[in-house]
Unconditional design. Structure first.
Lengths: 365, 365
DNA sequence: TGGTGAACTTCTAACGTTAGAAAGAATCCA
DNA sequence: TGGATTCTTTCTAACGTTAGAAGTTCACCA
């Protein structure tokens, strides 16, 4: 293994340094050595220590010196080597955002916001789209010990509360969306119960009486879907509507396909209904397609409402009524919580609630 | 800064290490110090050098020793500290995937594939969604010198070919989608010209004669849109149709909104057309909405076709005819190219073409 | 002109890992 | 038992950064 390494690595350097190689017979093998603090120092004509002081904003550096050093830094394009810095300081300024998938519009948007928020604080975000691979989701709880990260924002999906509570890893962690009771981990989410009741009230105010709930996750304990289903039932009570267990449809996953399949099951069951509450808009998209194929008109025959307010909800035909969480606030708050824990500061609230708005669109007019 | 660190870090550690703290009066302040190679060595009763040899698979380690060391590693949950390793070896096993945005279905999917492919080879992927921030896109070309990365897969959007050619940074880079001529950089993409001609032929075979092209990027030199427009024009020639410059609509960005706005401009221009070729499906979604609002039926009045085959293309109403690139192959090939360059091996093809299929759906029936 | 700081340099050490060299210990075979 | 061979340890150095300590230079002011 070693001779291979020794034989190949230089090739890279030589190749990419082609333009720098002088053919004048003397300085042939000038390889573009990474500029370090010493190169900066010698160009600026100061000691490396002064450069370090400038870079780290330490006292006792005169403006003139600082200028000189900054100029040298700019000229050489010097950036402190993260590995060296990490090794010295023990922090990598990197956090992980663990989500089920990046492809879903909701998580994609969330990731985008977390990344920009983190960046403005000097942090880099590593995205772990763990999908349905239990190994990968397990690694989230183990804290990526081989990856040099400072904290984790974890949007759990299929993990058991026990696994979270049994977590050994000391890496600071914040839960997003999913709440794991008694885990002691900070948690950021919208109020699932209240938003579910609002959706039900909205439908009731439109004269709907037979409401279906699509997107339960019966296998998953304490899931977001569970909280929403609870709120759904409470909402029915509040509006003096009856709850029918036959109108609750579970799914394996939140995807368009699963939504379509669940809608077909619902139709085939023969139990009458006049509206569908989907635990996520991505399910609604599939439901719409199923209805369209069966000739069921939305919203004339059936209303559809959901959560997440994904772009498709706005642009689809019909457009979808949805609970629109303030994703930017969600990202900001979870990052804030995480940084608080990472700094060892005291959290003001372990539970944090994020605002949302109900966007009424064509699908429930 | 330092006293703060010293005063706060332990708080975190103590908090999460509660269960480890013995209250027997003697060993009170056991902090879960990160296990290093030395801890493993002393537990296994060998020298740290032997541990290193085991970890790095070097010769001259007897099976018995190896077992002992591996057991100690397992017991302590030791993972080599990446920072130390990086510093020593100069490689971070991390690559950057630079894309305009993660939220778009196409790039989201692509990112997902690149991440899993890279992971199977032991690499971590850092996603840089540079958006419309020129600073961030610029950083791509500068090679993230502060981040210790080994390579870059760059899906360029708004960068000038000059900027790419002027690139100084030696970090291995592969271009994805966008081709920059004469940059010498390896390039992976579908055949934009041929796929465009196929779309045109498809529409012509359906009796369409007045084809609009939506999604040109006139400000960007050598863009994917440009190549597709070229193919579009050649396709018109092949099918003996006339090209009308008034039916070419530019956009600032590939988004649903921009698609909608461009479609409205097209309608307002009054120039007749019976089909729209969109440079990206995400534009088609906006076009559909514009048409719907104006009462234009798809495909009865106008056909719509495009590229990328995003999920919305399949699930929308109507579903969209689209060129479906083999995204998995795209990800795999670009990674393969990048690793080849990183290893200093010779590339077989600097240009690499990826397969695609034309999916005919409702929007062009 | 001497004194006093501030500004700057030099020196040392450390973070965790890896690699070569050299020296020491164990094992094997004759 | 001797010598050769394989295994293991010890020693040294390096990657790039940061921080303290101690020493040097310089400018300013009394």
């Amino acid at each position: 293994m070693e001779p291979v390494e020794a034989g190949q690595k230089p090739l890279v350097l030589e190749e990419s340094a082609d333009h720098d190689v002088r053919m004048d017979g003397i300085a042939t093998s000038i390889r573009p050595k990474r500029v370090g603090i010493k190169e900066v120092a010698s160009l600026a004509g100061v000691s490396w220590k002064t450069v370090s002081n400038v870079v780290n904003d330490r006292p006792h550096v005169r403006p003139a010196m600082r200028e000189k050093v900054l100029a040298a830094i700019a000229e050489l394009g010097y950036r402190p080597n993260l590995a060296g810095r990490q090794l010295r300081q023990g922090s990598s300024m990197t956090i992980v955002l663990a989500i089920p998938e990046i492809t879903s519009p909701y998580f994609g948007k969330l990731a985008e916001h977390v990344i920009t928020s983190a960046e403005s604080r000097g942090y880099t975000v590593l995205i772990e789209a763990y999908g349905e691979d239990p190994t990968r989701e397990g690694r989230v709880l183990e804290g990526y010990q081989n990856r040099l990260i400072d904290g984790i924002i974890y949007s759990a999906q299929n993990v058991s509360p026990e696994a979270v509570k049994a977590r050994q890893d000391p890496t600071p962690m914040v839960l997003l969306g999913e709440r794991i009771l008694d885990s002691g981990l900070p948690h950021v989410a919208i109020n699932n119960n209240r938003s579910a009741r609002e959706l039900v009230s909205h439908l009731a105010s439109r004269g709907r009486t037979r409401l279906a709930f699509l997107g339960d996750r019966p296998d998953v304990g304490e899931s977001v879907a569970g909280l929403r289903l609870e709120g759904f039932q409470e909402g029915l009570l509040e509006n003096e509507l009856t709850f029918d267990q036959h109108l609750v449809m579970g799914v394996q996953r939140y995807s368009r396909d699963e939504g379509e399949m669940a809608a077909l099951r619902l139709l085939n069951s023969g139990v009458p209904f006049d509206s569908v509450v989907c635990a996520s808009d991505i399910l609604s998209v599939g439901v719409l397609r199923a209805f369209r194929r069966r000739g069921i008109r939305v919203p004339q025959d059936v209303s559809i409402v959901g959560w997440d307010d994904i772009p498709e909800a706005e642009f689809g035909a019909p457009s979808l009524t949805s609970i629109s969480p303030d994703i930017a606030a969600l990202a900001e708050a979870s990052l804030e919580q995480l940084l608080t824990v990472m700094d060892g500061r005291k959290l003001e609230n372990v539970e944090m609630e994020i605002g949302y708005t109900l966007k009424v669109r064509e699908s429930s007019f």
